[in-house]
Design a protein around this ligand. Structure first.
Ligand code: HEC
Ligand code: HEC
Length: 286
């Protein structure tokens, strides 16, 4: 009924899939949570989430770097994770126990309500930007920026932006999560879990393959960039248009940590980025 047609996929995703050689497109076309309009009832979900706030924060804005923000995450991704915790496809001692506090219901209605609730909350990016101490070192975020927006062609790592979007907002119909503003500690931890196979629930094992191809320090860098990635700055800018992006950034400095993490020396970064883009083209990694 609501199948995702291949026309909805950005061309960049196909580029990545070719690089990966993973059967992701097939897995994507058959999974039931893909491409559906959000179901569930946010107000009813709110009743089940009181217990979640101690770790995931008020309205899903988590204060602790090892607990993911859930606010504003897309419905399809949230629902998939909740179902995966329930079925055991994704295992985590804490969450496997927490999911038991949500009573089972026909058609997973309770999980739908919870996913609807958190997806309708607003992610508070300012919580990161206003922190007194920068959590993310500048050099690390800069290296992460190059990996995120340009990939690592020499190791067949596609640009994260191809699937998670240059803005970091993810791709809701495909259940690809928002990474923008997610805690660096959490993102790095998930990449390590994917790389070691302890988390193995991504469609076509696409994330397991990608994470394994990154060195541990590259996982740390790209995670640092995710935390300071502000979608408002990048929306509408294509993956190969970094030079423009960097110039725009330089003319509109931001407050707080975002400014220090993203105010890169324009000339140096543009050069690196151009090289990276040329390398991507050569490697067929658009
Ligand atoms: C005691 C702390 C704790 C509580 C309470 C808790 N969680 Fe979690 N949650 C975690 C941790 C830790 C993770 C990361 C698990 C991992 O690394 O796989 C997580 C992950 C998740 C994820 C996956 C997010 C993502 O980006 O992939 C969802 C969804 C989630 N929790 C929902 C809930 C809901 C709904 C509740 C309440 C019913 C809840 N959690 C209560 C600690 C908690
Ligand atoms: C071909 C598409 C694709 C590419 C390219 C890709 N991802 Fe993903 N990513 C996914 C999908 C799909 C998921 C959801 C996995 C699941 O269902 O559990 C995901 C999940 C994740 C998660 C888990 C988020 C959470 O909240 O738990 C992280 C972290 C992540 N990706 C980081 C990256 C990084 C960093 C890169 C680039 C080095 C990257 N991804 C490239 C498709 C992709």
């Amino acid at each position: 009924m609501h199948q995702v047609s291949s026309r909805l996929l950005p061309a960049a995703v196909f580029g990545s899939l070719l690089v990966l050689g993973a059967p992701f497109a097939h897995a994507a076309a058959t999974a039931p949570y893909l491409g559906v309009a959000p179901q569930g009832n946010a107000a009813q979900g709110a009743g089940d989430v009181a217990v979640c706030a101690s770790c995931h924060g008020q309205h899903g804005n988590s204060m602790a770097p090892n607990f993911p923000n859930l606010a504003g995450q897309n419905y399809n991704y949230l629902l998939k994770q909740l179902e995966d915790f329930r079925s055991g496809a994704r295992q985590n001692a804490t969450m496997s126990a927490m999911i038991q506090t949500v009573p089972p219901a026909p058609g997973d209605a309770n999980l739908q309500n919870i996913a609807r609730y958190f997806s309708s909350q607003t992610l508070n990016l300012k919580a990161n930007a206003n922190a007194a101490t920068p959590k993310v070192p500048f050099d690390l975020a800069k290296e992460g920026y190059l990996i995120y927006q340009g990939g690592v062609p020499s190791h067949k790592v596609p640009a994260c932006a191809a699937c998670h979007m240059p803005s970091g907002l993810g791709n809701a119909p495909m259940a690809i999560p928002t990474l923008a503003g997610q805690h660096a500690t959490y993102v790095e931890n998930e990449l390590n879990l994917f790389a070691t196979g302890q988390r193995h629930n991504s469609a076509g094992h696409v994330m397991e393959v990608i994470a394994r191809r990154l060195r541990p320090e590259q996982r740390k860098a790209v995670a640092a960039y995710a935390e300071v990635l502000d979608p408002k700055l990048i929306e509408g800018i294509g993956p190969l248009d970094y030079a423009t992006y960097v110039k725009d950034r330089a003319s509109q400095p931001l407050p707080g940590v975002l400014a220090s993490a993203l105010a890169m020396p324009v000339k140096a970064v543009s050069k690196k980025v151009e090289n990276k883009a040329a390398g991507n083209k050569k490697a067929g990694n658009k």
